[in-house]
Design a protein. Structure first.
Length: 241
């Protein structure tokens, strides 16, 4: 087992969870045609992720919190995620951090159901106002980034040193920026397509059982290599101050 410090950053929606909880929440309680129109504008880069969330919630009718909780209770977690946590806990040189462009309310609720509230999470916030009105806020937004309202790249840079080995596990568009700054990538769906298009090396996965098997092999090496392009990307950011 390598003695290098390893930082693993993990996406939530569609990665830890089998489906995108945020997407399914709006499909359940919102107007699908309006949602798709807003989503298309975000995918095309016409609006930022923060604007995407704000416009989505503007279209949402009043939703009772208990109805939302009942819906969230139906969301399924990847069966291999607990084994992944156990794998990380076995090694004192590994730290795992969850980076989500979703919302704290549903992440906290789901993790509470699974007794996982101790996990370190950076995400956007959801506030319940009068008459069950919900308003998101974005404490970790980077004004220059449209891809994420919760800047995953900045969290990676803030929570790892240059000599740390960094790993990212994800699936979606909000993961396409941060993977450019890490050494090892586990990708599926849109993130996999992005890595292929941009010739970024990655490990494909379907679930955390796949991730765990590959990590066991990586952790068995005496020394893990840094990814040169990621190092250059990190240095470019630091040079800007």
């Amino acid at each position: 087992m390598t003695d290098q410090t390893i930082k693993i950053f993990v996406d939530f929606d569609g990665t830890i969870m089998k489906n995108d909880v945020g997407d399914h929440l709006f499909m359940e309680f919102g107007n699908l045609d309006v949602i798709n129109e807003i989503a298309d504008r975000w995918i095309a880069g016409e609006i930022s992720s923060a604007t995407f969330w704000l416009e989505l919630f503007d279209t949402l009718p009043e939703v009772d919190k208990s109805d939302m909780d009942t819906f969230l209770d139906t969301m399924e977690m990847d069966e291999g995620f607990r084994d992944f946590l156990q794998l990380c806990d076995k090694h004192s040189n590994i730290e795992m951090i969850i980076l989500s462009d979703g919302l704290d309310y549903y992440i906290d609720h789901i993790f509470s159901n699974h007794n996982l509230n101790h996990l370190k999470v950076f995400t956007n916030k959801l506030h319940f106002m009068e008459n069950n009105k919900m308003v998101p806020s974005f404490p970790y937004m980077d004004e220059e980034c449209k891809i994420c309202a919760n800047c995953k790249r900045n969290h990676i840079l803030d929570n790892s040193r240059d000599d740390d080995i960094t790993i990212f596990i994800g699936d979606g568009l909000s993961d396409t920026c941060p993977v450019q700054y890490v050494d090892y990538i586990f990708a599926k769906r849109d993130l996999l397509k992005f890595c292929e298009k941009n010739r970024i090396s990655y490990y494909p996965f379907n679930n955390f059982y796949d991730v765990n098997a590959r990590l066991e092999k990586l952790f068995g090496k005496r020394r893990l290599k840094k990814r040169h392009q990621a190092e250059l990307k990190r240095k470019a950011v630091y040079s800007l101050g």
